[in-house]
Design a protein around this ligand. Structure first.
Ligand code: DGL
Length: 274
């Protein structure tokens, strides 16, 4: 059996392209449709109700592309909207980034001291803390909202003085404590592109965990179990959709994707009328 329908992936903006990139690497034959809700970015400062309503609208649009699965490539949306989306879209599989990220963190830590950096909304609902404790009740988890990292990454500023000063301000208190974490979860789509600077600040002894890789593996396993894999031999396609700022999407999105995204390959969509 071969299911050639695409996988739908969404994020509040371009950060989720880090997850898309991992999906592309793990599942090169699958077609992917990526929707970045640039018009309403950021989700990370908004209420759970608003983020859930936006997430339902973005997935509704992805359904018009006849997707076989939804991947929520946004930590904030995964934190607050995973269960409502799964309930609304059943039996369509919906996968978020929190569980795979927590799994990776628990596997990485040796000292059981884990730090999680994320948006304000993700920190507020404590989804990572719960997911980590579900796997390891003895883990000590500290969290810190790092909203400015999102702004810097969206600006395409991924290294340099300003990024380093911001990283020091956010991260030094987390790692100055007596029982310093040995694992840092980059629990936001935008943070992996700042990884070099983050690494410089926290030091080489700290393991950086990014949920993109583990999410891609979780998607691969879910496709397999549910008999949804394509048997296509050639390389799959990637379709980019955005609710605003095609030029910005292509310019900054290319940094996240590691490949040029041409403006003409990005389609502008209006969720109000889809
Ligand atoms: N995609 C969001 C996340 O991973 C970050 C950007 C935003 O705040 O919308 O939490």
């Amino acid at each position: 059996m071969s299911d050639n329908r695409p996988i739908g992936v969404f994020d509040s903006g371009i950060g989720g392209i880090t997850v898309l990139k991992a999906l592309r690497a793990h599942l090169p034959h699958e077609n992917l449709v990526y929707l970045g809700d640039m018009a309403r970015l950021p989700y990370g400062t908004k209420s759970a109700d608003t983020v859930t309503a936006y997430s339902l609208q973005t997935t509704k649009h992805l359904l018009t592309h006849d997707v076989k699965m939804i991947v929520i490539a946004c930590n904030t949306a995964s934190s607050v909207a995973l269960a409502p989306l799964q309930a609304a879209l059943a039996p369509l599989p919906v996968i978020g980034v929190i569980e795979p990220g927590a799994e990776a963190a628990v596997a990485a830590t040796k000292s059981n001291h884990i730090a999680v950096i994320a948006t304000e909304a993700t920190v507020r609902v404590g989804a990572y803390v719960r997911a980590i404790h579900a796997r390891n009740p003895d883990a000590h988890v500290v969290q810190e909202p790092c909203g400015l990292f999102v702004t810097l990454a969206e600006e395409g500023w991924v290294s340099g003085d300003v990024v380093e000063a911001t990283a020091r301000r956010y991260l030094t208190p987390l790692f100055k404590r007596k029982a310093a974490p040995d694992t840092l979860v980059l629990a936001c789509t935008h943070f992996p592109v700042l990884a070099k600077t983050i690494r410089k600040v926290v030091g080489r002894g700290v393991r950086l965990v990014d949920s993109a890789e583990t999410t891609a593996r979780a998607v691969e396993a879910a496709l397999d179990i549910q008999g949804l894999c394509t048997k296509r031999r050639g390389r799959g396609t990637v379709k980019f959709l955005t609710t605003d700022s095609v030029d910005r999407f292509s310019r900054v999105g290319g940094i996240f994707f590691g490949e040029v995204i041409r403006p003409k390959d990005v389609e502008l969509v209006d969720l109000q009328f889809s």
